[in-house]
Design a protein around this ligand. Structure first.
Ligand SMILES: Nc1ncnc2c1ncn2[C@@H]1O[C@H](COP(=O)(O)OP(=O)(O)OP(=O)(O)O)[C@@H](O)[C@H]1O
Ligand SMILES: [Mg+2]
Length: 259
């Protein structure tokens, strides 16, 4: 089950502590196809999290709109799973408790409690059902966060730098897990990352954003066959292209505020 997501001319302006206006998103439009794996990359402050929060329904734009399968996004919904940078697990609940949390809030725990084990296995956490977040590693905690979103059978999974705090081995491992889950469940994936290699390794398309005002500067098709090889010639060529784009973007004059 997957969804198309349409972002149409979205603007989101914040006011900072000094009363200055910050154009976090300026006239952003993007059409995401059902089942697509999209990565969003760009320097700090370019509006990646803001965009993800709007898609999640955690925040609203001042103008423009967002739809999922043609329906306007107005609020949060379990059909759009959200994984935070640091997992955001409930420390007082076990792995099992965290994963089944969504079922309980949706009052479907009784009917669906057998599926909890399935999602624990899906993210490779068999044997850790009764562990608390402080008893597991950072990579495992992120897998719990992903399972906690997946158990609601979302049509889209929104991931805000879920691997940012992980070492490169754990990270590579989780990237493969994510690809596996994407293939098995056919979910539309939107991943925010700082890591260009991660974006190339995983995505169908890479959306590059630039700050002040936050907007999409380029969309790159990653038409490399999977499984992808990080050391492959095509992979390295694509990485070079993206790096050059960033150097160009950074060379442009950037006003502090636009309004
Ligand atoms: N609640 C808020 N109040 C005021 N300004 C905000 C708020 N949220 C975000 N901003 C500003 O909007 C801009 C975009 O922020 P956002 O968090 O979307 O960036 P980001 O690309 O996710 O950055 P990072 O890579 O550091 O996570 C930044 O200039 C930020 O300071
Ligand atoms: Mg962010």
């Amino acid at each position: 089950m997957s969804s198309s997501i349409n972002i149409n001319n979205v603007n989101r302006i914040y006011t900072d502590v000094d009363g200055n206006k910050v154009n976090a998103l300026y006239d952003v439009s993007l059409d995401i196809r059902p089942g697509e794996f999209i990565s969003i990359i760009g320097p700090s402050g370019c509006g990646k999290t803001t965009l993800l929060r709007l898609i999640a329904g955690l925040d609203k734009p001042q103008s423009g709109g967002l739809t999922i399968d043609g329906d306007r996004i107005t609020d949060v919904s379990p059909e759009r799973g959200y994984v935070f940078q640091q997992g955001g697990l409930f420390p007082w609940l076990t792995v099992e408790g965290n994963i089944s949390y969504g079922l309980k809030t949706r009052r479907v725990y009784k009917q669906k409690k057998d599926s909890v084990g399935k999602y624990i296995s899906m993210v490779g956490l068999d044997g850790f059902e009764k562990s608390y977040p402080h008893q597991i590693s950072g990579g495992m905690a992120q897998r719990v966060a992903i399972a906690r979103a997946l158990i609601n059978e979302p049509k889209a999974l929104l991931l805000d730098e879920p691997m940012g705090a992980l070492d490169s081995f754990t990270r590579a491992d989780l990237q493969d897990k994510l690809l596996e889950l994407w293939k098995e469940n056919g979910i539309t994936m939107i991943l925010v990352t700082h890591d260009i290699d991660e974006a190339i390794y995983l995505s169908d398309r890479i959306v590059i954003m630039t700050p002040r005002p936050g907007k999409i500067s380029k969309i790159i098709d990653v038409d490399l066959p999977r499984p992808r090889h990080r050391g492959g010639v095509d992979f390295l060529t694509m990485r070079k292209t993206i790096l050059e784009l960033f150097e160009l973007a950074q060379a442009l004059p950037q006003p502090e505020y636009v309004i």
